[in-house]
Design a protein around this ligand. Sequence first.
Ligand code: UDP
Ligand code: MG
Length: 346
Amino acid sequence: MLLSAVIPVYNEAESLAALHAELRAVAAANQYDLEIVFVDDGSRDQSWTIVGELAAKDPLITALRFRRNFGKAAALDAGFAAARGDIILTLDADLQDDPHEIPRMLAELDLGYDMVSGYKQVRHDPWHKVLPSRVFNWLVSRMTGVWLHDHNCGYKCYRREVVREIRLYGELHRFVPVLAAARGFRVGEIVVNHRPRKFGRSKYGIERLVKGFLDLLTVKFLTGFGERPQHILGSIGLLSLSLGALGMFYLAVVWTLSRIPGFEPVHLHQHLPAVLYSLAALLFGGQMLSMGLLAEMITDRVSAQRDAYAISDRILSGTDVDLSNHREHGGGAQGNTEKAEAMIDE
Ligand code: UDP
Ligand code: MG
């Protein structure tokens, strides 16, 4: 069983040698067949030089270097594509994730999970980071139904099928457990030892809150309605159209009645609010419906490149040929270029 450690690196020069030594020590003590994949996410310090020096001495190191900083999600995605292991481990390069926890993570995975996520129960980060993170985790769990204490923990391990199927772009690395669960994978969580940052500085500030919330909306939409966008957009559209139509009907009745002698005449200004609201509702409803149709068109095209379902097991009859790769674009046979191009995740 080959274990790949995928490590995104962005300006972490001082930590790399120590991290490498710790990983090697843990692997030696537990007799793991190890591979280390460093992904340098466009560092501007000595990180790449140091990775080069380590790799010159250690044949177990594979390394990639991005031309510029593309973000942690991109680094993980590239690392996943390069990793050859049966089990893929991700950990931060800043020594905050303790490699000595690896045996416990693997043991947890063996309990029947497809991925196990770390939980930094005792965090060594400033309060203005810990508190918003608590709220964020609760909100994500609440909205997605994937109840974890620590969605955004960089320390995770996966069976290879998971990383073959999940596509990370933008800053979606915060939502790997949600994306995995949406594909039917079983997600576990264990408490891991978290250490204070010794070198360098954190790459994320307070702005991650806003981005994280927007990404939560994206992920909620993609996992819930990614294959049927019209169901949500169209529902809102229909509701709005009906309200607008109702308003117009009411106005028509009032105006008609006012023409009949004996009824009080109406003036436009009395009904201006109703006119405006009804008109806006009609226009908005029409917009939503046609946006839903556009979204369906995109989904239709994208679904030709990617299965909307996930098969976990297969029983072949004696006469069958192996069908697992019958479509060139089928999940497992997917090339990485296609992977990066298909932006719509479920
Ligand atoms: N990282 C990265 N690209 C980025 C930002 C961060 O590869 O654009 C890496 C970083 O080098 C580290 C991990 O992602 O290995 C987590 O970053 P950081 O420790 O700054 O996050 P925090 O622990 O403060 O949440
Ligand atoms: Mg960190």
